[in-house]
Each structure stands twice: as structure tokens, then as C-alpha cells.
Design a protein around this ligand. Structure first.
Ligand code: LMR
Length: 393
């Protein structure tokens, strides 16, 4: 039987992780996978997480199943964090999922179950797993322009032009904030324009929210998303806690489906429950329980918010330093966008062969499309990184 299997296409981010770990150079630099690192290059466990875990360890009295939708209490807390109570509860169906990827997957199952025959539009470029999951689920993929490779900013004119081809009942995947891979984000006005287009055309947005708190702040990062959700009749949000709680391996996420009314919400909920049962039965509890405790305890929540803000400010200072070093090494303003971009990533606009040279000659690992993980930088290596980049362009 297994001789019939074909190899699967690899994910370029995962491939890069493997290449990096095989490299024996001691001065290699990992700017690949999106994992936060502190000033010492360590991916820390947040203090709020540790404290919450300690209390969970002491107080948890059972490891029995929670429920197919996970913890309703946790989902509600996440809903509050993301949507700030701006959408009526009676329209919201939510399910706990294994990470943000799980949320995207379950929401696309929900979509497919409607008998959906339209297209799912993804930004060009986007996180490679968007296209891969859509393909895996047999959904029809279309791409909309998003990024101007010259200026390394959002090309909103082109994006709007492509929105003309989006049909009634199509789905458009947006990044809630901190666009992955580009780091170039929609302005509030652009969110407003898109909301109008979606409302007029009857388009359903699926918003991938993996970096809340990494851009302009916890509330600021969801302003566009919230604006859109209050305008359109239906929407879906895939929430990940991997980055903003630093619980990558614990797989903590929530799928949110906003329907027009309560009846539809209840059916959506029933479907999400069934998809969880069919895919993995119960979502993993530990990480969600830890996050839930933080969000329900004022002092833990305060600690978490402070830590998250520190991470955000650290990334901003790295951006500033890198943009300045690149300006001085290249004698140009070509890379000034690095300081304007927000979130964990920036796409530098280098060619694949330049990226390869940096990897082979300098042990600098970035994704082949020249996405760098800003949080993988340390201030002391930024000067030499800028020199190496200046050398290859
Ligand atoms: C990334 O884009 O590097 C992260 O979201 C990790 C992943 O799963 O790809």
C-alpha cells in the first residue's frame, strides 16, 4: 500500500529550520521560523505563564476530558481579548483548537461543509501554510496583490483592483495584524475600505490573528479587525496564542465564526463541535488552561501585558537599529521600511540567490523570499548583519 504514497511538498519555513539545525557554524544566525527571542537570543517562558503553570500544577484535580469545544471560559476570554465585547454573543460560535493552524483548518472545514464552491483569496505573498491547507482541503485558491516589491509597502491600489474580481460569497483571508511574511500592514482606513467592499459584495473575511500585541499594542492591533466585524454580516477569525503568550508547543488557539443570527450560530457551533470530534476529539487543554488563568486573574494579566509590551518594544528597537545600520551600510534609504513595518517579520526584498549567498557564506538564515524574523536579532549582531546584506545587493 505505502508504495503508492507520493512525497509531500515541503514547507519552506520548516525546511529552513532543518537546514539551520544541521549547520555546525557557531556564529550562525537564525532569522527563519517565527519564534520570539529575547536580548540573549533565548525564547523565554513568560513569567506569567510560569506562575500560572505553578498554580495549575498545584490546584488541578483532574485530567479528565474537558469538552469537544474545549473550555468555554477560555474561548470567552479570548473572544473578549480580540473582539472587546463589540459583537453580540448570540452571533458568535467559538471552538478551542490546537493552535492558530488548527483554528484555520477547522474554520475551513466549516466553510467546506456549507457546500462552498467559490474561491478563497489569499494575499500575495502570505504565510505558506495558508495555500497548503487550502489545497489539502480541496478548496479553490486565488491570490490578491498585497505587497509592492519595490517599496516593500502594501500596494493598496493593486489590492483594490484585484478585489473587483472577488465574487459574491467568496472568502478573503486577511492577516489581523503584523502581516506574515511582509511586515507591511493595512491602515485603519484601508480596513474600512475593505469592509465596505466586502459588505457590498457579500464577501466573507477569514482573519488570521497570530500576532496580537506584537504590532502597535494589544487593542490597537485588532482595531481594523473589530471595525470590519461590526460592518459585515459574517466573518471568521483564527486566533493563535503561540506568540503573544509564548506557548508555541502547547498548541493554543480559538476558531471564531460570526453568523448573522443566533440560529445560524448554534448550527455553526454544532458543526465546529463535530469537526473537533472528527479531527482530534478534544483540543489540548494544558496551554489553554494556563492562558485562561492569566486572563481571569488581574495581577497575572497585568504581568503578562507588561511582558508582552516589553517584547513589542524590544522588536521595535531592533527594527530601528537594523534600519539605521542598513541605511549607513548601503548609503541609501532603501531599507527604511524596516522601521515602519510592524510585528515579527519584514520581507527585505532580496532575491533568492542573495538569500542563498547570505546563508552559505555568512550562516545567516532567512526564508527564501527574504523574510526575516526581527525577533531573532540581537543588537550586537545587527552591524555585521547589515554589512553582509550590503555586500550581497
Ligand atoms: C512562521 O511563520 O514562522 C510561524 O508562524 C511558524 C509556522 O508555523 O510557520
Amino acid at each position: 500500500m505505502f508504495e503508492l504514497l507520493k512525497s509531500q511538498p515541503s514547507d519552506k519555513i520548516m525546511e529552513l529550520m532543518a537546514l539551520y539545525s544541521e549547520d555546525s557554524r557557531s556564529d550562525k544566525l537564525d532569522l527563519g521560523v517565527g519564534v520570539y527571542k529575547d536580548a540573549n537570543g533565548v525564547t523565554p517562558i513568560m513569567k506569567a505563564i510560569k506562575e500560572s503553570e505553578r498554580s495549575l500544577l498545584e490546584n488541578q484535580i483532574s485530567k479528565s476530558y474537558v469538552g469537544l469545544l474545549g473550555s468555554l471560559e477560555f474561548c470567552k476570554e479570548i473572544n473578549y481579548l480580540v473582539l472587546n465585547d463589540e459583537i453580540e454573543e448570540k452571533r458568535l460560535a467559538y471552538a478551542q483548537t490546537p493552535g492558530g493552524t488548527g483554528a484555520i483548518h477547522q474554520l475551513l472545514l466549516l466553510l467546506r461543509s456549507t457546500g462552498f464552491s467559490g474561491a478563497v483569496w489569499i494575499s500575495d505573498p502570505t504565510w505558506p501554510n495558508h495555500g497548503a491547507i487550502l489545497k489539502h482541503l480541496g478548496l479553490n485558491i486565488k491570490k490578491y496583490s498585497y505587497f509592492d516589491e519595490e517599496t516593500c509597502e502594501v500596494d493598496f491600489d493593486k489590492m483594490q483592483e484585484d478585489m473587483k474580481d472577488v465574487q459574491n460569497q467568496d472568502v478573503v483571508i486577511l492577516h489581523g495584524c503584523c502581516h506574515n511574511p511582509t511586515g507591511a500592514n493595512l491602515s485603519l482606513d484601508q480596513w474600512r475600505v475593505l469592509s465596505e467592499i466586502f459588505k457590498e459584495k457579500g464577501v466573507l473575511p477569514l482573519i488570521d490573528l497570530a500576532y496580537q500585541g506584537f504590532g502597535d499594542g494589544l487593542t490597537e492591533d485588532t482595531e481594523g479587525l473589530r471595525k470590519m466585524m461590526t460592518e459585515v454580516p459574517e466573518a471568521m477569525v483564527a486566533v493563535s496564542c503561540s506568540k503573544n503568550f509564548g506557548v508555541y508547543r502547547d498548541r493554543v488557539g480559538v476558531a471564531i465564526a460570526m453568523s448573522e443570527n443566533q440560529n445560524q450560530k448554534l448550527v455553526a457551533l454544532d458543526n465546529l463541535k463535530s469537526f473537533n470530534r472528527l479531527t482530534f476529539s478534544f483540543p489540548p487543554d494544558h496551554g489553554a488552561a494556563v492562558v485562561n488563568q492569566i486572563l481571569r486573574d488581574e495581577s497575572l494579566k497585568k504581568l503578562w501585558r507588561e511582558e508582552l509590551e516589553q517584547m513589542r518594544l524590544h522588536m521595535l528597537s531592533l527594527r530601528k537599529n537594523l534600519a539605521r545600520s542598513l541605511a549607513s551600510e548601503t548609503n541609501s534609504d532603501r531599507f527604511n521600511f524596516v522601521e515602519r513595518h510592524r510585528g515579527m517579520f519584514s520581507k527585505l526584498g532580496l532575491t533568492e540567490s542573495q538569500v542563498e549567498t547570505l546563508r552559505e557564506e555568512n550562516g545567516i538564515y532567512m526564508v527564501s523570499d527574504s523574510r526575516i524574523n526581527i525577533a531573532g536579532l540581537r543588537h550586537e549582531i545587527i552591524g555585521s548583519l547589515a554589512q553582509s546584506i550590503a555586500k550581497v545587493i
